[in-house]
Design a protein around this ligand. Structure first.
Ligand SMILES: [Zn+2]
Length: 93
């Protein structure tokens, strides 16, 4: 399995709206925090890579090339969700 790409927050555009970019490819996202949660892909970058710290972890179900059982979320992604005010509840989906 290739190493996941790491998304980092690069800009805060306005309160609650942030730009995130990948440290390894050109992927960039515009992220609006809950309750008005929104994800806008500015640049797809390497779509086949797994991106951690980004918003892909918010989507239930299999991630590209990486089937994930409900409740099986890497600690890194759970921490990221927690930082964004989202509590991960395994099995509640
Ligand atoms: Zn990437």
């Amino acid at each position: 399995m290739p190493a996941p790409h790491e998304m980092t927050r690069t800009k805060t555009l306005e309160p609650g709206a942030e730009e995130w970019s990948c440290t390894r490819c050109s992927r960039r996202l515009l992220l609006r925090r809950p309750p008005a949660f929104e994800k806008i892909v500015l640049d797809r970058g390497d779509e086949w890579a797994m991106h951690v710290g980004g918003t892909d972890g918010l989507q239930p179900g299999p991630v590209q090339g990486r089937p994930t059982a409900p409740g099986d979320l890497p600690a890194q992604e759970r921490n990221w969700l927690a930082e964004h005010g989202i509590e991960w509840k395994p099995g509640s989906a």
